[in-house]
Design a binder for this molecule. Structure first.
Ligand SMILES: Nc1ncnc2c1ncn2[C@@H]1O[C@H](COP(=O)(O)OP(=O)(O)OP(=O)(O)O)[C@@H](O)[C@H]1O
Length: 365
């Protein structure tokens, strides 16, 4: 017998009800070409501000069918805001413009939980503490598919089993606080993928976990999104994760795109000094870290990113950039094509050396 009300059917419903989804308000007219070009999700000139201060400043990118797009950058770059905009889940006080289209549709909020789903940083925020996990998954199923309670329940247990929750029948009856951190994050992945969405947005999904669990959870996320054929937008500050898991990468700094393109191209031959700086900062013990960093002290990009209300003139990265020259401090760079499907926003992109990480390495002692 159930004494509590039905659990929420939408994993995003724990988000404050004051979220806005006005990002879709500026709808491009005409027939969306992305519907026929393998582009699932199309973002154009996304801008997000708080009290007139711009935190995301004109972001455009596409997510294609089944691809993994990583969004990477330091803290405050605007990654989470951009990710939330994809789901029509901006925080209170945010104003936005630009276009987000999912398979040509602009009413993203209506598609949340079915065609697009979130794996948040903190699993507890996605799960109700007062309902058993299995009930929450079953409710998510019933919100989309006209199936019986029994069938929804069976799908919930199967989903928990698929993400590697041992004794899924019993665990389905347990509450979130009875799960370990890693298990909770698996349950949230099960929740995000149970309705076979087209796109999963994972916002730093392993931040709260230790290193071993991080790898496990990323593996499970990869397996599940492949199993349901979804694309994945993976927000991370870790280029090691990008290299291991992403087909394409969007590098952000101070609310703007710095560089985007296929992971191999962007990390193999970064054209923006900022990307090179992030690469040079990969820990020396990272399996794919630049071997040169192992011989020297771990470098980092000196200084810290500006806050949105204190952006420097010109390129926001210029004060930290070893290649900055006068115009970098005066004019914001446009966007150039550096190769097939490879864009860069840097005045000096074609002068960045092939050994760009060297720009940030300390000299041997
Ligand atoms: N609710 C909010 N109210 C006011 N400003 C906000 C709010 N959320 C974000 N911002 C501003 O937007 C900036 C970008 O935030 P965002 O969370 O997208 O950064 P991020 O790149 O995801 O960083 P992190 O890796 O630390 O999560 C913040 O530094 C802050 O200045």
């Amino acid at each position: 017998m159930k004494s509590q009300s039905e659990p929420t059917s939408d994993m995003t419903s724990d988000v404050p009800s004051d979220v806005t989804s006005d990002v879709t308000s500026d709808v491009t007219s005409g027939m969306p070409s992305d519907v026929t070009s393998g582009v699932l999700l199309s973002v154009r000139d996304l801008r997000i501000s708080f009290d007139g201060v711009a935190a995301v400043r004109g972001l455009s990118f596409d997510v294609r069918e089944r691809e993994v797009l990583a969004v990477v950058g330091e803290s405050g770059a605007g990654k989470s805001l951009a990710a939330r905009a994809l789901l029509g889940m901006l925080p209170k006080g945010a104003t936005s413009s630009g276009t987000v289209r999912l398979r040509g549709e602009t009413d993203i909020a209506a598609q949340r939980g079915r065609r697009i789903a979130l794996v948040p940083q903190d699993a507890l925020s996605a799960l109700s503490p007062v309902h058993p996990v299995g009930d929450q998954l079953a409710a998510a199923v019933r919100s989309v598919a006209g199936v019986s309670r029994k069938e929804a329940r069976a799908r919930a247990v199967a989903a928990l089993d698929r993400v590697g929750i041992p004794d899924a029948v019993r665990k389905a009856r347990a509450y979130p606080h009875e799960y370990s951190g890693g298990m909770r994050q698996r349950a949230v992945i099960a929740m995000a993928t149970i309705n076979e969405p087209d796109v999963v947005v994972a916002d730093e999904p392993t931040t709260a976990l230790d290193a071993e669990l991080q790898e496990q959870v990323l593996r499970v996320l990869g397996e599940q999104r492949e199993a349901v054929g979804a694309a994945l937008v993976l927000v991370t500050h870790d280029l090691g994760v990008v290299r291991d898991h992403a087909d394409r990468v969007l590098v952000m700094y101070a609310g703007r795109q710095v560089e985007q393109g296929p992971t191999e191209r962007v990390l193999g031959r970064p054209r923006a000094p900022y990307t090179a700086g992030l690469l040079a900062s990969l820990p020396p013990d990272a399996p794919d870290g630049d071997p040169r960093t192992r011989r020297r002290r771990l470098p980092s990009i000196s200084g810290s990113p500006p806050t949105p209300d204190a952006l420097p003139p010109g390129c926001a990265f210029a004060p930290r950039c070893p290649l900055a020259e006068d115009r970098c401090h005066q004019e914001e760079p446009g966007t150039w094509t550096a190769g097939a499907d490879h864009e860069v926003s840097c005045h000096r992109w074609d002068e960045v050396p092939s050994s760009a990480t060297e720009l940030f390495l300390e000299q041997p002692v």
